[in-house]
Design a binder for this molecule. Structure first.
Ligand SMILES: Cc1cc2nc3c(=O)[nH]c(=O)nc-3n(C[C@H](O)[C@H](O)[C@H](O)COP(=O)(O)OP(=O)(O)OC[C@H]3O[C@@H](n4cnc5c(N)ncnc54)[C@H](O)[C@@H]3O)c2cc1C
Ligand SMILES: *[C@@H]1O[C@H](CO)[C@@H](O)[C@H](O)[C@H]1NC(C)=O
Ligand SMILES: *[C@@H]1O[C@H](CO)[C@@H](O)[C@H](O)[C@H]1NC(C)=O
Ligand SMILES: *[C@@H]1O[C@H](CO)[C@@H](O)[C@H](O)[C@H]1NC(C)=O
Ligand SMILES: *[C@@H]1O[C@H](CO)[C@@H](O)[C@H](O)[C@H]1NC(C)=O
Ligand SMILES: *[C@@H]1O[C@H](CO)[C@@H](O)[C@H](O)[C@H]1NC(C)=O
Ligand SMILES: *[C@@H]1O[C@H](CO)[C@@H](O)[C@H](O)[C@H]1NC(C)=O
Length: 535
């Protein structure tokens, strides 16, 4: 009886596993048409030191897909690729080779080759993650999606299938004459891959929710090299996990995005800048917008505090239709005297392209975030805390620290209740959240530790303030998190457990935890470091 039960249980567990326990990587490669005897002649399965493993894996990819698909360190395409990252910290990472697959099948082969050779890999979509190892890997294979750029609108215009080599301006420009748009990044060259798997805040988010909650389905290459579709009806556990779970479950090769109507692609938005004397009024207008968002969800704002000779508050104001300044949630910002204003009606695509043009590339960067319950006092006091804390960094060359407020409003909470919800662990019945991001750039690596320590102290102080004001909240937003933050832990014990169960079903040998070690893993921060604030 006991053994019968045991056998039944064991076979039940096995049948729930997506990959058979006796899965043979070599045979899977053979079935993809790969000549494995060639690989072993390159040393792939015998030597396990990383240099030899990656040499064999990269040379194999070169033989299989040709010179144009693989860049080695001695090639000009290599430096062209590494210099395309937003943050100079990511540019400094030196992969053994860069692989540029042109088909999803080539990604299946890459994953299997990595398993066979034990050469690790990383995935780069738009390259806007800020820290080393997130989207590139020292000594391993960095996958560039640049040859996977198709964008296909369905005949009924309800969905658009987008490959991960696209950045948002490609997608929005492609849709701009169709009468529909999608929820994408607010800066043109953010990648579809990173933004969507980590959540995704768009100019349309207060109306429809986060980008990940507006995905009809994901086509995913799993650890066994199989392509599957995750949707509310197929593999719906994986569909849930991919909405906020990051790169822990597979390689998404197509995002099938739900479209939204946007006549003539026209929205309104821009930047309105204020001086210190009106900070409380600006924070009040931002807080009112946060709490009252359901009254007019086309209205949105982010609020940045900075010091450029003098203290300024830089608001981005937007509206998902023309002439937003008339909205009663935007009008209060116009009741406050500003020093400049660039708001206007323009196309969604043009707006994100304009925002790209003012970005700074190629300096050191960190993003660091936490959330609290939305609160006027919290926001106002966090701004004071930020100005005080960053004074001690004044000697750092090229320093530009900013404090950015965003929010998770009624529309986002509602969006996250559809189709079984997302993995991020929000209390969707609770009130809106204040999302606090400390973003900082500087010039020299010699200042890294100093910057990290001061900003970590600032995060600790802001967290303590949220406890004092009784507005603390656990969730950390992956897309703005630093390398020191354990994001998945911030989703709550239950969600973390569920994510790990799903990962062990689709990836029983932990390929996406160990062979793809970068970014926010299920059990740890990217660079766990007890000196710095985590969550
Ligand atoms: C200037 C700037 C503006 C920003 N604006 C916004 C904004 O408006 N809204 C918002 O929500 N966030 C915004 N962000 C944050 C942004 O969402 C994150 O930086 C995100 O990681 C960027 O995605 P990417 O594809 O460009 O990054 P990458 O660095 O290319 O990728 C980030 C991570 O995603 C994983 N990944 C990428 N593609 C795939 C895939 N196909 N399958 C599985 N995993 C994949 C990679 O493994 C990597 O770990 C902004 C960031 C910057 C720097
Ligand atoms: C996998 O299959 C290959 C080829 O059929 C075989 O040589 C190898 O021993 C198998 N590996 C394992 C671990 O079973
Ligand atoms: C596979 O590779 C081996 C070793 O390089 C080679 O001898 C053999 O001819 C190849 N087979 C095919 C079908 O290409
Ligand atoms: C570049 O490096 C690769 C891998 O080490 C090697 O196979 C190739 O011959 C080199 N090319 C040149 C032009 O040196
Ligand atoms: C959109 O992309 C598709 C295929 O990727 C292309 O055929 C079409 O011309 C593009 N449309 C625009 C307006 O760029
Ligand atoms: C503008 O400010 C005045 C004076 O404080 C106030 O009476 C009025 O209601 C405000 N209008 C808006 C739209 O906020
Ligand atoms: C200002 O910052 C210093 C350290 O940089 C800290 O000791 C002090 O408590 C802070 N004061 C306030 C009011 O936050």
């Amino acid at each position: 009886m006991r053994s019968f039960l045991f056998v039944t249980l064991a076979s039940l567990v096995a049948s729930q596993n997506f990959e058979a326990p006796d899965f043979n990587v070599t045979e899977a490669l053979v079935s993809q048409g790969v000549n494995v005897s060639l690989l072993s002649s390159l040393g792939a399965s015998t030597e396990r030191s990383s240099g030899v493993a990656c040499s064999a894996a990269c040379l194999s990819l070169n033989i299989l897909y040709g010179d144009s698909a693989v860049e080695f360190r001695n090639e000009s395409g290599y430096s062209a690729f590494t210099s395309s990252f937003w943050s100079s910290i990511s540019r400094e990472v030196r992969p053994y080779c860069i692989f540029k697959p042109s088909t999803p099948e080539a990604i299946s082969v890459l994953v299997l080759l990595s398993r066979l050779s034990q050469c690790p890999f990383a995935l780069k979509s738009g390259g806007h993650s800020a820290f080393a190892g997130a989207a590139s890997i020292e000594g391993g294979i960095t996958v560039s999606f640049e040859n996977l750029k198709s964008i296909k609108l369905s005949d009924d215009k309800k969905t658009v299938a987008v490959q991960p080599g696209n950045v948002w301006e490609d997608v929005l420009a492609n849709l701009s004459t169709t009468g529909v748009t999608v929820l994408g990044g607010r800066v043109g060259d953010i990648g579809v891959g990173g933004l969507t798997t980590g959540g995704g805040i768009s100019f349309l988010t207060n109306e429809y929710g986060f980008a990940c909650d507006n995905v009809a389905s994901f086509d995913v290459i799993t650890a066994s090299g199989t392509v599957i579709t995750a949707s509310p009806t197929d593999h719906n556990d994986l569909y849930w996990a991919l909405r906020g779970g990051g790169n822990n479950f597979g390689v998404v090769v197509s995002f099938n995005l739900l479209t939204k109507p946007l006549p003539s692609d026209l929205i309104w938005g821009g930047t309105r800048v204020f001086t210190e004397d009106v900070f409380p009024k600006v924070v009040q207008a931002f807080t009112d917008l946060t709490f009252n968002s359901a009254q007019d969800p086309k209205a949105g704002s982010w609020l940045v505090f900075a010091e450029v000779e003098t203290k300024i508050a830089v608001t981005e104001l937007w509206y998902g239709a023309p002439d937003g300044s008339k909205s009663h949630l935007i009008a209060p910002f116009y009741n406050i005297t500003a020093v400049s204003d660039t708001t206007k009606t323009r196309s969604h695509a043009a707006y994100v392209m304009d925002n790209k043009a003012v970005q700074i590339f190629g300096v050191r960067q960190i993003y660091y975030d936490l959330t609290t319950k939305a609160s006027y006092e919290m926001a106002l006091q966090a701004a004071d805390t930020y100005y005080n804390a960053t004074k001690s960094l004044s000697a750092v060359e090229g320093l530009l620290p900013t404090l950015v407020f965003q929010h998770v409003t009624h529309g986002s909470l509602k969006g996250a209740t559809r189709n079984g919800g997302n993995a991020m662990g929000w209390d969707t019945d609770g009130g809106p959240l204040l999302l606090i991001l400390v973003a900082c750039q500087w010039k020299n690596a010699a200042d890294d530790d100093k910057v990290y320590q001061v900003l970590s102290n600032l995060m600790t102080a802001i967290k303590a303030l949220s406890v004092d004001l009784n507005v603390q909240n656990d969730w950390v937003y992956m897309n703005y998190a630093s390398q020191f933050q354990n994001v998945i832990a911030s989703y709550g014990e239950e969600n973390k457990k569920r994510l790990k169960t799903i990962a062990s079903k689709y990836d029983p040998t932990s390929v996406f935890q160990t062979l793809q070690p970068g970014y926010f893993k299920l059990d740890r921060a990217p660079l766990p470091d007890a000196r710095y604030f985590s969550h």
